[in-house]
Design a binder for this molecule. Structure first.
Ligand code: ADP
Ligand code: MG
Length: 261
């Protein structure tokens, strides 16, 4: 098992020999790691290395080919998830207020009337993310950075024990990034377990105490300094070249069959 333990901290999630495949494409292979309560982890790795799949596996959104993920005492509502922006449809006709209110839906139930108290709560979180004037705006009017702030506001309201963020800083300006990382740090200080996919090495080195380098397999997991070595990064790259080549071969074979068979 790759992992490390600190005194008094309990694991909240535990991967045991987990593999995930899409049809015949292996996305995660034999992952065995634990996440401790209150830990703040960055997930890094090459494109197609299985980072998004890894978060989806925690949520139970993809079937495991083998192994298991123990979620200890977590109920579904204890896990908050912020998908990669490319996977979110922003043309849906919702206002900022609606989107943030969705963060409460798991505790209050969908379609329950939003009372005045709730409205104040929503105003408060919007203020915390620096957007109190935007409640009535519709989603497509927001910049990438504003949209990400809104999603953070929603996540705040969900009050989850485990928070999973998939590339939350990819489409935002530096200023927003720094505001949002403060929120992330705050969550970890409240002993929530936070797992964030990011490909910004410098940023990860400055803010994340631990890292997981993922390239279908776990290349390294532990204190960020020990994970992000040149040697480990090279290994991750080598892995990704291998599957790129094998994808190419598969595609060539497919093409051959299309052309000739
Ligand atoms: P990352 O987030 O690290 O870029 P992903 O987890 O999105 O990687 O993808 C891992 C691999 O699985 C990639 O090769 C990707 O093409 C493939 N993959 C991801 N989602 C699907 C899907 N729904 N169907 C088929 N293949 C997928
Ligand atoms: Mg991804």
């Amino acid at each position: 098992m790759v992992g490390f333990m600190m005194e008094n901290l309990k694991p909240v999630l535990s991967f045991k020999n987990v593999s995930v495949s899409y049809k015949n494409h292996l996305a995660l292979e034999n992952i065995s790691i634990d996440f401790l309560e209150g830990s703040l982890t960055a997930v890094l790795g090459p494109n197609g290395g299985g980072k998004s799949t890894f978060l989806k596996a925690i949520l139970g959104l993809v079937p495991l080919q083998s192994g298991e993920i123990q979620r200890f005492h977590l109920k579904p509502k204890d896990i908050a998830y912020l998908a990669q922006q490319t996977e979110i449809d922003r043309t849906f006709p919702l206002t900022v207020h609606d989107v943030v209110a969705l963060g409460l839906s798991q505790t209050k139930g969908f379609f329950q009337e939003i009372d005045q108290k709730t409205d104040i709560t929503i105003q408060k979180v919007l203020e915390k993310v620096g957007l109190k004037e935007t409640a009535n705006r519709s989603l497509h009017m927001l910049s990438g950075g504003q949209f990400q702030r809104i999603l953070f506001a929603r996540t705040m309201l969900q009050d989850a024990k485990v928070i999973l963020l998939d590339e939350p800083f990819a489409a935002v300006d530096r200023y927003t990034m720094e505001d949002l990382i403060k929120i992330v740090k705050g969550w970890a200080a409240e002993r929530r377990t936070v797992i964030v996919v990011s490909h910004d090495l410098e940023f990860v080195q400055s803010y994340f105490p631990q890292s997981l380098l993922l390239a279908r397999n776990v290349i390294a997991y532990g204190p960020t300094k020990q994970v992000l070595t040149l040697e480990n990064l090279r290994q991750a790259k080598r892995n990704s070249r291998e599957w790129e080549v094998s994808n190419l071969e598969n595609n060539k074979t497919m093409q051959f069959f299309k052309d000739n068979v």
